[in-house]
Design a protein around this ligand. Structure first.
Ligand SMILES: [Cu+2]
Length: 349
């Protein structure tokens, strides 16, 4: 009887070892993506069966402990992203048709610890191929290189798992690869944040702001806002967004007196954005995920296309303030302030 359980346990160990190896054998990542759901439930079942057997398998346990499993001790972080079309409200009564991750614009923010094993499972529910790029991360070509039929390309209805170790600390973002750039323009993007493994508390607030734009030729003014039965379609124009909303629908940034605030600005728009803060000055602490040597305080910072900037300020000037693009076409709606990239900074107790 004990022998049977021992065999079962060794099978489990081999399965676990094969999981460890999968991280270094990136050629196998595609197959893992397709098989992992059933594999995971099998593992769960085996774990349940084996719970009471630990005392009888000490040899197998000690053999397993000799393996270098240190990366796994930090735990695997797994995310599921579903690529699909969605209607998204950029302001009350104003919706756009876009492509999304999980129906959200932007996609869900993914936060992990440095050194953590990450598995991002992308389910393609679009009617076209897609792919996945971790912008700013330096990863093996088989994970983040240009996709091909054996690696990284996801056909309609297919699922693919991208697996890697998250490093270094920084602000990154995700979107489809360059060959599917039109999907990014239509809304497929989100933040990927690598935090220090041991948290060092240097800020009180950590706020992600993703700048975006959309060509609103399909923007619809629905009946609910205008209280009219007719739906009108606006002419083509670029509408600027922060976290998928356009002013005045962008929520204010709430800060507590004397708190240290970090803004992780990610520019997913097709235009550079000169961002101006009133009543405070930014310090640039990180550029494109790298620590910045720049110590000069700035009140206006131009965030280039696809750039990421970690900006910090101390909330030491109570009042109601603005943070907006300095370009009039980016911070107004047909010349009317506010519109596009404009929000308030509000002090709360
Ligand atoms: Cu990119």
């Amino acid at each position: 009887m004990q022998r049977r359980f021992l065999v079962l346990y060794i099978v489990l160990l081999l399965l676990q070892i094969s999981c460890v190896l999968a991280y270094s054998r990136s050629d196998d990542l595609g197959e893992l993506g397709a098989e992992q759901v059933s594999e995971k439930s099998e593992l769960e079942q085996m774990r349940q069966q084996l719970k009471e057997l630990k005392a009888t398998t000490s040899d197998a346990v000690s053999a397993f402990n000799k393996l270098d499993t240190s990366p796994l001790k930090k735990g695997l972080k797994e995310f599921h992203l579903f690529c699909r079309p969605a209607s998204h409200e950029i302001a009350p009564g104003k919706t756009i048709e876009c492509l999304t991750y999980n129906g959200l614009l932007p996609g869900p923010p993914l936060r992990v610890k440095e050194g953590q094993l990450v598995r991002i499972i992308v389910h393609n529910q679009l009617e076209q191929n897609t792919s996945f790029h971790l912008h700013g991360m330096v990863l093996p070509g088989s994970v983040d290189g240009l996709p091909n039929s054996k690696s990284g390309l996801i056909k309609p209805g297919q699922t693919y798992a991208y697996q890697f170790v998250a490093k270094p600390v920084g602000t990154y973002w995700y979107h489809p690869q360059i060959m599917h750039a039109e999907q990014k323009i239509k809304g497929m993007y989100g933040a990927f944040i690598v935090e220090p493994d041991e948290p060092i508390k240097t800020t009180d607030e950590d706020i992600v702001l993703i700048l975006g734009d959309t060509t609103a030729n399909k923007m619809q003014e629905s009946a609910s806002a205008a209280n009219k039965p007719v739906t009108s379609t606006s002419t083509s124009k670029v509408v600027y967004l922060i976290n998928g909303k356009t002013a005045p629908a962008i929520p204010g940034i709430e800060v507590r007196p004397n708190s240290r605030v970090r803004l992780r600005v990610i520019n997913a728009a097709q235009h550079s954005v000169p961002l101006h803060i009133t009543g405070h000055k930014f310090e640039i602490v990180s550029l494109n995920g790298n620590l910045s040597g720049e110590q000069t305080s700035r009140d206006t910072i131009t965030c280039g296309v696809s750039d990421r900037m970690d900006l910090e300020f101390t909330a030491n000037n109570p009042g109601l303030w603005s943070m907006a693009s300095e370009l009039i076409e980016q911070s107004t709606n047909n010349g009317q302030f506010p519109g596009g990239i404009a929000c308030v900074i509000r002090y709360v107790e």
